[in-house]
Design a protein around this ligand. Structure first.
Ligand SMILES: NC(=O)c1ccc[n+]([C@@H]2O[C@H](COP(=O)([O-])OP(=O)(O)OC[C@H]3O[C@@H](n4cnc5c(N)ncnc54)[C@H](OP(=O)(O)O)[C@@H]3O)[C@@H](O)[C@H]2O)c1
Length: 276
């Protein structure tokens, strides 16, 4: 039986990757920095504590860097090295759509490290998650009935995190796609006014889109406790969104999983209780 190490296994994507692999009969080693229970393994990417124990005997691994950090290459480099040393056969790394635009960007450096490691690999680069609306952007929706972002009328092909996880789980179990990177998107590109209308329909509340300035956004992010460097990183990628870089639609989810990506209206229905 295959043993697969899943990083971020209590998180939005990793939790679903772990569930899908376990359902498919794999032994799953769920790695997080606060792991405690059975089937879980303690791994702190900031200190690399627990890394060898997490890797030992693993056949495959799902890698990602936790949000809040801008040094993804430093966090993931040792993980890739130890995967090589422990003879891991397949690695799927999640970064983000656009990561390959700049070879010196930390996320791209992590991808390049994996690509040059000799491991069998796939990289998945998801677009903005639908799940951000009931996590990162929930405060504005709850307190002001508004999605507050500096993105104007630009569109995004938002992806449901469950489709990212399904793609990762499928790639971990396949050997015919090795050495390929995939930009993962939803099947429709929506602006935030359209998203607000879909959330309004699903929740029965009136939620609108409010185009805020980057300075107001910075204040919101810092107010929510984000480290300054990560807040600045978020402002940069939100600026790219406002320029239209997030609107591209790919067929990667369909081609990897055989299923069409979930639509924003389905996400909104299924998560409507989270907006209460
Ligand atoms: N949100 C988006 O729109 C978007 C778009 C594209 C790409 N991404 C990428 O997606 C990733 C985030 O995925 P997600 O939303 O599924 O994450 P998430 O829900 O925020 O979960 C983060 C996971 O990382 C673990 N973690 C936190 N600190 C850790 C540490 N020091 N060592 C080891 N594990 C640690 C957490 O568990 P513990 O707290 O127990 O450690 C948790 O399991 C990021 O790499 C981000 O760049 C996000």
């Amino acid at each position: 039986m295959t043993t697969t190490l899943v990083l971020g296994a209590s998180g939005t994507v990793g939790g679903e990757v772990a569930r899908l692999l376990a359902d498919a009969g794999h032994t799953v080693r769920r790695a997080t920095s606060r792991a405690t229970g059975p089937g879980q393994v303690h791994l702190d990417l900031l200190t690399q504590a627990g890394l060898d124990r997490a890797m030992e005997g693993a056949h495959a691994a799902f890698l990602m860097a936790p949000p809040g950090h801008t040094n993804q290459d430093e966090l993931l480099g040792p993980v890739i090295e130890r995967a090589v040393a422990h003879g891991v056969q397949k690695v799927v790394l999640m970064t983000a759509m656009g990561a390959d635009a700049d070879p010196s960007a930390p996320m791209r450096r992590a991808e390049l490290h994996l690509e040059g490691s000799g491991l069998a690999w796939n990289v998945i680069r998801p677009n903005w998650f639908m799940q951000n609306f009931h996590t990162y952007w929930l405060h504005g929706i709850r307190e002001h009935n508004a999605i507050q972002l500096p993105t104007g009328s630009a569109r995004g092909s938002f992806i449901d995190a469950r489709d990212i996880a399904a793609s990762a789980a499928a790639l971990l179990q396949r050997s015919d796609t090795e050495g390929q990177a995939f930009d993962l998107t939803g099947g429709e590109a929506l602006d935030h006014t359209e998203v607000a209308a879909i959330l309004s329909e699903a929740t029965g509340r009136t939620i609108r889109y409010e185009d805020v300035t980057p300075d107001a956004m910075r204040a919101n992010l810092l107010g929510a406790g984000l480290p300054t460097a990560y807040a600045e990183f978020m402002l940069v990628i939100l600026h790219y969104f406002s320029l239209g870089y997030s609107e591209r639609i790919t067929d990667a989810v369909q081609s990897i999983t055989g299923q069409a990506p979930r639509r924003m209206a389905s996400y909104a229905q299924e998560y409507r209780a989270a907006f209460g």
